[in-house]
Design a protein around this ligand. Structure first.
Ligand SMILES: CNc1ncnc2c1ncn2[C@@H]1O[C@H](COP(=O)(O)O)[C@@H](O)[C@H]1O
Ligand SMILES: [Zn+2]
Length: 349
């Protein structure tokens, strides 16, 4: 990679791009760039829908539902085994180009046309295995909140079966989807856990104290967004106390929250409460395609809005390694890579 360096100064954007990064919260179909959508044969009209987001951002009465409509465009582009395979490869390549050294990709297995849920997962796995990029990739499989019990249990059966075959790549299970629909099924996630799957759950994207309490009591390995847990952001005092005891690492996705309107702006993002109270978190993209972002840009937003140093940013990435679902050997390797980068780039801090 070529950097424009002035003396020993490295501008913030180049620093954020150059920094080796850990991505723990990226949905496959939400991560498809315009370039990838075109490669998959997506039509201009559909791509234009993506750009409508710029209008959504400027609207004050936008809804989460409007953002969720956009996933359907990407999902239409990945309705065959080959397109799922190509999409996976493209997404991995783009994260690697952004100097992401470890990626946990998540996706919801879909049975579509002549593709079964198992074939969907196999296509993603093939995309991961055939990837030529210098990046470690693990897979988390998602359960969509809007699916009924029968459909979710069917997904879990396939996920468990596939995990037995590919324990080195399939690491966990996630609960995602429109937070206004469906709910958290503790039995399903306990069953997944019994089968050795790690758990990460989208939690408190909107205020929902009862569900948040259930999720915190279940104690997943990680939670996504964690927007409305702190009382200043619509959560109850009891749940915040529960969270502070549990200290479950949170996966923050700032642009996603700002675009969807669940955070007012970057500077007022709830990440500030985690920093203030020394609670564990990582910085992630959520849906880099839909929200027109990258992990580097997310790091820049954090750097610019919260009075942090470049060393603080390095620490955030380094600490995120402890939240990942990789093996002990891989964790050691990632920490070594980060330490080496710090040493060779000491003059830029
Ligand atoms: C905005 N924040 C979010 N909150 C909740 N769920 C989200 C999400 N962003 C994405 N997804 C979930 O990921 C799917 C797209 O990727 P996959 O088809 O699974 O690869 C969406 O349909 C939704 O279920
Ligand atoms: Zn998400």
């Amino acid at each position: 990679m070529i950097f424009t360096l002035l003396g020993t100064k490295m501008s913030e954007d180049i620093f954020c791009r150059s920094l080796p990064k850990i991505e723990l919260h990226a949905h496959l179909n939400g991560s498809l760039s315009e370039k990838t959508l075109r490669k998959l044969g997506c039509l201009d009209e559909s791509i234009l829908e993506y750009h409508k987001l710029l209008n959504i951002i400027n609207k004050t009465d936008r809804t989460l539902d409007e953002c969720f409509e956009l996933f359907k465009i990407a999902q239409t582009a990945t309705s065959s085994k080959n397109s799922v395979y190509l999409a996976t490869q493209s997404v991995i390549e783009e994260f690697a180009q952004d100097n992401v050294i470890y990626l946990e990709l998540r996706t919801t297995p879909r049975a579509e046309n002549d593709m079964t849920k198992q074939e969907y997962i196999e296509s993603v796995l093939k995309g991961i295995k055939d990837s030529k990029s210098d990046i470690i990739v693990k897979l988390i499989l998602s359960i969509d909140r809007r699916h009924d019990k029968v459909c979710s249990e069917d997904s879990l059966d396939v996920i468990v079966k596939m995990r037995e075959e590919y324990p080195g790549i399939i690491k966990g299970i996630d609960l995602s989807g429109n937070p206004y629909v469906g709910g958290f099924d503790e039995c399903l996630f306990s069953k997944a856990r019994e089968h050795g799957l790690r758990t990460t759950i989208h939690c408190a994207e909107i205020p929902n104290d009862n569900e948040v309490q259930q999720i915190l009591n279940f104690h997943p390995e990680r939670i996504g967004h964690a927007t409305s847990i702190h009382p200043d952001f619509g959560g109850s005092k009891e749940n915040w106390q529960l969270y502070c005891k549990a200290k479950i690492p949170a996966e923050f996705c700032l642009t996603s929250n700002v675009v969807c309107g669940t955070s007012k702006c970057y500077a007022e993002h709830h990440i500030q409460q985690w920093m203030k109270n020394d609670l564990p978190f990582s910085i992630n993209t959520d849906d880099k395609g839909v929200f027109c972002t990258s992990l580097s840009k997310e790091y820049e937003h954090v750097l610019n809005n919260f009075d942090l140093s470049k060393a603080d940013l390095w620490n955030i990435t380094y600490n995120a390694i402890d939240h990942c679902f990789a093996s002990t050997e891989e964790i050691i390797l990632l920490k070594k890579k980060m330490a080496e980068w710090k040493e060779t780039h000491a003059q830029y801090f």
